[in-house]
Design a protein around this ligand. Structure first.
Ligand SMILES: *Cc1c(COP(=O)(O)O)cnc(C)c1O
Length: 454
């Protein structure tokens, strides 16, 4: 029998999806023949006129629908589960608040995210603190706020946290992050489940370490946690393997007399940027049920991208179209400092023109680039696009996760505005950073006293 054909590598052989295909797969987007590209019922041209560009635009309906789909999938599998949205995907207070209204907790990785989740209305009892390097100060705050749990990534961290908690006369609820050594087959920069990664403890050492956690005076071990990578889009196999191994570990720990009440199944579920076919929430719930369903443990999940990614676009305006000898460059006012994913991960994002006439115009290859002084400031190469004269608007799709949250001010470019759309309404949820704010807090050294500008 012939060997099975290898899975296609996203972004390589297959032709790009058409504008129609992109729209059909994104229910919050529509091309109105008069108003142009819309998010829900709001024309993007209207947002650009009111707020300027570049601007992140999030669909409240999409956030809500995706949160509900995940909840429903877990409930239909009969799992006692809670969802803790990974706020690093998109920490906008309005986004976290909307998801909190849907009953989601938060997974945070820094003091800033912890403060943000609390400010957005997530109860401390719904907050999980993850990450390989929690500082003493972060541990203190988490314990003072009495958050749901801290996920422990090493023996050394366990000792530190126990000491901090004990000094406060408290016990910190902790889950041990186990590295199940499965290959999630995602991009090297976002895989986390292999022993060579910095995350978690090797599964073979987990029993010994869990026993140690139980013995530490400042810790209250409640269970296990796992997170094998991000943008997992190669089927359900790696999830199944991870949860299977975790289930075996739960049995082993219990046999040794240790309490294991919860398993936090992590995040990582991928989305379709181009032609990836990630697992469905139902398949993920099935994998959790198969590995952990009969243990009577409380299930937790930490999705980020899956909820927020498809909910956002980056709205940008063409500055100029540059015709070089062999290439057409569309230079837009968004750049790698706004949306880093193409430069950092060679990520593919759908790009749609906003005006109805551009949507129907003949296509030819173009490179869409930002104004930043780096060659990697390229959103796409040789993409079939219509003529895009100066002032044309384009939308870069699926930018709701790891978009604004990874932005910088490189090239002294202010952080872009963020807008939320709900039905026919829109609201600025974060002002465009002002130039005053960009310079704020800077001064010349003290020894040049009296010569400070301004
Ligand atoms: C980043 C992260 C997540 C969320 O990952 P997504 O790919 O956005 O779902 C969840 N848990 C942990 C520990 C993370 O580091």
């Amino acid at each position: 029998m012939a060997a099975p054909a290898p899975l296609p590598i996203p972004g390589s052989e297959t032709p790009d999806p058409s504008f129609g295909d992109l729209l059909a797969a994104r229910p919050a987007l529509a091309m109105d023949p008069l108003a142009g590209l819309m998010v829900e019922e709001v024309p993007l041209a209207r947002i650009a006129a009111a707020v300027g560009s570049p601007t992140w635009v999030y669909s409240a309906g999409t956030l809500r629908r995706r949160a509900r789909m995940l909840k429903d999938a877990l409930a239909e599998a009969g799992l006692d589960a809670s969802i803790h949205y990974a706020t690093k995907a998109n920490p906008a207070l309005a986004v976290v608040n909307l998801l909190a209204q849907e009953g989601l907790g938060a997974d945070v990785v820094s003091e800033g995210e912890l403060r943000g989740a609390l400010a957005a209305g997530v109860p401390a009892s719904g907050i999980v603190f993850s990450g390989v390097g929690k500082t003493d100060r972060e541990m203190r705050l988490a314990i003072a706020e009495d958050i749901l749990q801290l996920n422990i990534e090493s023996a050394e961290e366990a000792e530190m946290l126990s000491a901090v908690a004990a000094s406060l006369g408290r016990k910190a609820r902790v889950a041990l992050r186990v590295n199940p050594d499965v290959d999630a087959k995602t991009h090297a920069k976002i895989t986390t489940g292999l022993t060579e990664n910095k995350f978690g403890v090797p599964i073979a050492t987990a029993p010994e370490l869990y026993a140690r956690l139980c013995a530490l005076p400042g810790l209250d071990p409640v269970g296990l946690t796992v997170h094998i990578g991000s943008q997992i889009a190669q089927g359900i196999g790696s999830y199944r393997a991870a949860y299977q191994r975790l289930g075996e570990l739960v049995r082993e720990l219990r046999a040794a007399g240790h309490p294991v009440h919860r398993v936090d199944c992590g995040g990582g579920l991928g989305i379709t940027y181009r032609d990836e076919i990630p697992a469905t929430p139902a398949a993920l719930a099935g994998a959790i049920k198969a590995g952990l369903g009969d243990l009577g443990v409380k299930i937790m999940m930490e999705p980020g991208r899956w909820i927020a990614g498809p909910a956002g676009v980056l709205l940008t305006r063409v500055i100029v179209e540059k015709h070089a000898t062999t290439r057409r460059f569309v230079i837009v006012d968004a750049a790698m400092n706004d949306l880093l994913r193409p430069a950092m991960y060679e990520a593919w994002h759908g790009i749609l023109p906003v005006s109805p006439s551009a949507f129907r115009a003949p296509l030819s290859p173009a490179d869409v680039v930002g104004p930043v002084c780096e060659s990697s400031d390229t959103f796409t190469k040789a993409r079939d696009l219509p003529p895009l004269p100066p002032e044309s608007l384009v939308a870069i799709l699926d930018a709701g996760a790891y978009g604004a949250s990874m932005s910088s001010t490189y090239n002294a470019r202010p952080l872009a505005a963020e807008v939320m759309v709900e039905g026919a309404r829109f609201s600025v949820i974060r002002d465009r950073q002002s130039y005053d704010a960009l310079l704020a807090g800077q001064r010349l050294p003290s020894w040049t006293e009296g010569q400070n500008p301004g």
